[in-house]
Design a protein around this ligand. Structure first.
Ligand SMILES: CC(C)(COP(=O)(O)OP(=O)(O)OC[C@H]1O[C@@H](n2cnc3c(N)ncnc32)[C@H](O)[C@@H]1OP(=O)(O)O)[C@@H](O)C(=O)NCCC(=O)NCCS
Length: 187
């Protein structure tokens, strides 16, 4: 392969990273799901434990992810490389807000993919759910990449919730971010 070919192929694959789509998860996504769910680098800051079997993943997809009120897989060429969710509250006093979550397979980190996915969600979700006024995200204080994603989209860093949550058996401080329906999404 000559230098010209490899350079143009490199450009083409970088271009692909801007062409992400979001769609409903399917049972047939299980092998792609396993790519990130079994990776401790990915699960490190997440509340779920690293997956250890395909049956566990199938069970989660079938019983939690498919019935979830708003969960989409992040895709390149329709192949799932991560997931993003918005979980609404259902109580009388908190139904104005919903919690954002996301995850991406390790080999795709640092290419702007989740920032793009969050922007897509932030520009559409408020019109999909007319009662929704706020999306919030809770991020481990050491999860700098995730905090940066939210800042780049235009979320407000509201503060630190001390010893707020126990992740992987250790309680830690969480940063709370929010985006209101009236806020401007950065482009
Ligand atoms: C966090 C995560 C979603 C980010 O996705 P991503 O597609 O790699 O993010 P992006 O490329 O859009 O943006 C990442 C930004 O964080 C920055 N960043 C990454 N690691 C960083 C670090 N350790 N310190 C400071 N900044 C960091 C990047 O430089 C980039 O900012 P820039 O564009 O200004 O350079 C991804 O790493 C992931 O899936 N992590 C595991 C799961 C997880 O933590 N989910 C969130 C739970 S709250």
């Amino acid at each position: 392969m000559d230098e010209t070919t490899s350079k143009s192929e490199g450009k083409e694959s970088e271009y692909e990273f801007t062409e992400i789509t979001l769609r409903q998860i399917e049972l047939s996504d299980v092998d792609d799901f396993m790519e990130w769910a079994t990776d401790e680098k990915v699960s490190h800051f997440c509340i779920w434990d690293t997956y250890t079997s395909k049956d566990q993943a199938l069970d989660y997809i079938k019983n939690n992810a498919i019935p979830h009120p708003w969960l989409r897989v992040i895709c390149i060429k329709n192949r799932a490389i991560g997931a993003i969710s918005v979980t609404p509250n259902s109580g009388n006093i908190d139904s104005c807000r919903a919690e954002l979550g996301y995850v991406l397979a390790y080999k795709y980190w640092g290419k702007g993919i989740v920032t793009r996915a969050v922007k897509m969600v932030a520009t559409t979700i408020f019109s999909e759910w007319s009662n929704l006024e706020r999306i919030e995200a809770l991020v481990d204080i050491d999860n700098k990449g995730s905090q940066r994603v939210l800042e780049k989209v235009g979320f407000l860093r509201e503060g630190v919730l001390r010893k707020f949550m126990s992740i992987k058996g250790k309680s830690g401080d969480m940063v709370i971010f929010s985006l209101l329906s009236t806020d401007v999404v950065q482009h």
